[in-house]
Design a protein around this ligand. Sequence first.
Ligand SMILES: [Zn+2]
Length: 278
Amino acid sequence: MPELPEVENVRRSLTAAVDGTTIAAVRLGAFTGCIAAPEPDAFVARVTGRRITDFGRRGKYLLIALDSGDTIAVHLRMTGELTVTSPDTPTGKHHHLTFVLDDGRELRFSDTRKFGRLTLLTPDEAAALDRSLGPEPLDDRFTAERFAAMLAARSRAVKPLLLDQTFLAGVGNIYADEALFAARIHPLRPANSLTLDEAARLLDSIRVTLAAAIERGGTTLRDYRDGLGRPGNNQHYLNIYHRAEGDPCPRCGEPIARLVVVQRGTRFCPRCQPLPMP
Ligand SMILES: [Zn+2]
């Protein structure tokens, strides 16, 4: 499912392809539940005729800024896709909403699992969304000292904390497992048990993991495509997330272990990522 690197690739591809175009019309499919707010009629009325001034990103949200000051926040969740196509491309049955652009092309939202949502936000609502999310891990102003202080204030296990978007924005199951493996930190370590060195190593691992995945176009395990319909390439570079329990650790050969943490499958190496004795 799309995490920060995938949404960043959607952002970049759409910026290059359709930034500055105007939404001439909106066509809704049968599933209007993909619009979280406002009501579909109001959503259509407020975006029609508006020019797209910017594609931004905050955590896993794609933020489409309009010249009215409103922002369309798109959360792709499991299988949502936002792609620009020619009007000749046939629409599929999982295709729920189309922004018809003034140059004739179409920006289409499709979603097989129907968990993805579009929300039209006023400037105040966009600011509230921003405040509700934790820091951006790739923001240079976000320091290891601050990350260490955030961890020190929490007794929760580190893996679920990394998945909590109010704690840190953008990291999901794939990159949490990859970053913890790279940093050699057990997913169930209480956050406040990490030393300053470990916190710095973890932040560095998160950044390296995310930045590399962005450069490789994101991770496509099944569905993910960027704004031009292209799959990513990072799935060929995963170290731990895709491996089965018992497979050898790519670093030390120890059989990989699996845990379920907040209902999410979690892989780790018991030798490289030991849980210290209390
Ligand atoms: Zn290992």
